[in-house]
Design a protein around this ligand. Structure first.
Ligand SMILES: Cc1ncc(COP(=O)(O)O)c(C=O)c1O
Length: 343
C-alpha cells in the first residue's frame, strides 16, 4: 500500500519568491474577491435580475449566495452525462435574468442555448470556479468567475471578470475579509501541506471544518496575502503541466468510467470525475489504499427530486485527485486500485 496519503484538501503551494506570470485569472476588468460564492452574491446584487438560472447539478453554496441576495433561483435540467437536457427552459428566461453555466471540474461546458439567451437580453455568467483559464470559453459570457484558491491551496481568492458592463464595478464597496477567518484558513492549508509532506496526525481536519462552515459571503475582497502569492509566489506553469499530464494518464487508464472521456488534450482539470455503481464501496476501498476521493456534489435536500438524472449522477459520481502534488506513478496507482475493485 502507498505510504503517503493521496488526495484531500490541497495544501499551500511552495513559495517561489519569483514574479509569476498568471495564466489569465486576472485578465481584463475584474474584482478580486475572497471566494466564489461572494462573486455570485455580488453579481446578483449588482444586476438585480428577476431570476437566476443555474443547472440542476450545483453546489449548495451557489444557491445560498443567490438566496442571500434575495433573488429566486430556477434550474435547468442536466442529464446523467451532465449535458443540458433540452433548451425549452430558455422560453421562460426574461430580460435582465442571470443565467449561470458551470465548467465542471474544469471541463468546458457546451451549450447551444447562448444565442437564445442573448436574444432575450439576459446576462450570462460563466462559473469557471473549477476551471483553469485556458479551458474557459469566456467570450460566450458577459462575466466569468474564477476560484484560483481551489487550484493553488491559497487561504482564499476568487476573481470576477467583467467582459461586458464593467461600469457595474464602480458600484461596489468591498471590504477586507475577517482577519480571524483568513488566519484560520491559512493555518489549515499550511498544516495540510506539512501533513502531505511528513504525515503524522491530522491537526488540520478540525480547523478545516470550522473554516468551511464560516466562509465569508458578502462584499469581501481577496486577502492581500493571496493576491501577493499569485503575483510573486506561484509556479503556474508547473501546476498546469502536472495537472494536464495526470489528466492524460487517468483518462487513458480509466476511459470507460470517466465522466468526460473526450475532453481536450490540453485540459487542466480540478479533479478527475468518474461514475461507478456502489460508490461508497469504492470510496472505502480507495481509502483503505490511502487514496482520498471526493463527491461533487451530494444533491439530496439541495435540488428537487424531479431532476432524476442529476440525482442519479450525484449518487454515482466520484472525484479522483490529479493535482500538482502527484505524478505519473500516483496516477497509475489510483487507476490500478480502481481497476482491481471494479473488474
Ligand atoms: C462551480 C462553483 N461555483 C462556486 C463555488 C463556490 O466557491 P467558493 O467556495 O470559493 O465560494 C463552488 C464551490 O465548490 C463551485 O464548485
Amino acid at each position: 500500500m502507498q505510504a503517503r496519503q493521496i488526495g484531500g484538501l490541497l495544501g499551500i503551494e511552495e513559495i517561489t519568491n519569483k514574479p509569476s506570470k498568471d495564466p489569465g485569472f486576472f485578465d481584463g476588468s475584474h474584482l478580486c474577491l475572497t471566494d466564489a460564492r461572494s462573486g455570485i452574491w455580488l453579481l446578483t446584487k449588482l444586476l438585480s435580475p428577476g431570476t437566476v438560472w443555474m443547472p440542476s447539478f450545483v453546489c449548495k453554496v451557489m444557491i445560498e449566495a443567490v438566496e442571500k441576495a434575495r433573488v429566486p433561483v430556477c434550474h435547468f435540467e442536466l442529464d446523467y452525462d451532465m449535458r443540458i437536457k433540452s433548451s425549452d427552459w430558455t422560453d421562460q428566461v426574461k430580460a435582465n435574468d442571470l443565467v449561470i453555466f458551470v465548467d465542471y471540474m474544469g471541463y468546458p461546458y457546451h451549450t447551444n442555448c447562448t444565442k437564445k439567451i442573448r436574444e432575450k437580453k439576459a446576462w450570462i455568467l460563466d462559473d469557471a470556479s473549477q476551471a483553469w483559464p485556458s479551458n474557459v470559453q469566456s467570450e460566450m459570457a458577459d462575466f466569468t468567475l474564477y476560484s484560483p484558491r481551489k487550484f493553488l491551496g491559497l487561504p482564499d481568492g476568487a476573481v470576477l471578470c467583467f467582459q461586458n458592463n464593467s461600469d457595474l464595478m464602480n458600484n461596489t464597496n468591498l471590504k477586507q475579509p475577517p482577519k480571524d477567518w483568513i488566519m484560520q484558513s491559512l493555518a489549515v492549508v499550511q498544516w495540510k501541506r506539512d501533513f502531505d509532506r511528513w504525515g503524522g496526525t491530522n491537526p488540520w481536519q478540525k480547523l478545516f471544518k470550522i473554516v468551511n462552515d464560516t466562509f465569508p459571503l458578502g462584499p469581501y475582497q481577496m486577502s492581500e496575502f493571496s493576491h501577493m502569492m499569485m503575483s510573486r509566489g506561484i509556479n503556474f506553469q508547473q501546476i498546469e503541466t502536472r495537472r494536464n499530464e495526470n489528466y492524460v494518464i487517468l483518462n487513458e487508464l480509466l476511459h470507460d468510467v470517466a465522466l468526460f472521456p473526450k475532453a481536450p488534450l490540453d485540459m487542466v482539470p480540478l479533479g478527475f470525475p468518474v461514475r461507478v455503481n456502489n460508490r461508497q464501496h469504492l470510496q472505502d476501498n480507495l481509502l483503505s489504499h490511502n487514496i482520498v476521493s471526493g463527491v461533487h456534489w451530494n444533491l439530496q435536500g439541495v435540488i428537487s427530486n424531479r431532476y432524476v438524472e442529476s440525482h442519479r449522477l450525484s449518487k454515482d459520481i466520484i472525484t479522483l485527485p490529479c493535482d500538482q502534488r502527484y505524478n505519473k506513478n500516483d496516477m497509475i496507482y489510483i487507476a490500478e486500485t480502481i481497476r482491481k475493485h471494479i473488474r
